[in-house]
Design a protein. Sequence first.
Length: 238
Amino acid sequence: MTITVVTGTNTEVGKTVVTAAIAAAALAASRTVAVLKPAQTGVAPEEAGDIAEVQRLAGPVTGRELARFPDPLAPATAARRAGRAPVRPREAERAATGLAADHDLVLVEGAGGLLVQFDEAGSTLADVAGLLAAPVLLVAQAGLGTLNITALTAEALRARGLRCQGVVIGSWPADPDLAARCNLADLPEAAGAPLLGAVPEGAGALPPADFRAAARGWLAPELNGTWDAAGFASSQRG
């Protein structure tokens, strides 16, 4: 049984697609997978959220969403505006632990970045990871500016005694520029953790069967994949 917390350096960096790729690779390795979304924001009640997207792309994944708020804001703010109770870290801990009882892998996908607030007390996804004693996988952007925000997130993890399992680039461009290519070597140094994959841009638009067939090739063996950081970097040299 493994619980992994998935966070991003920012919003719109590809967390959900990376979560789906990890789930697909684990399923291909004959592991049972559950995905927990403590707080889904910016989605109406009748709309498909991140859990549904992971299930569409990855396949038979158990999904659980603890709360949904319509405004596309931080969970604490969205809950307050909706006049509803926020999600507390202990709720997320109990849900993840419950899922871990009968799944080989539980992925806890956050909203936005690591320190986005869940409630009025200032609780964050980092608090959830601490309660679970779970490693944190960091999804980062490929290009210019990513090193600073990756280093800041990694520093926040270390300050809280949390382990960064590694970094996955959430959207690797088809035609990477110099900054992106250099970041393949620099991201592990910024994070103090290995680079564990690069998901190509547009991967979420692939037909599900193609996504599942390709997912292992985007992720390192630590994530049930076949991706090799050194080989990938060599192939991207311009």
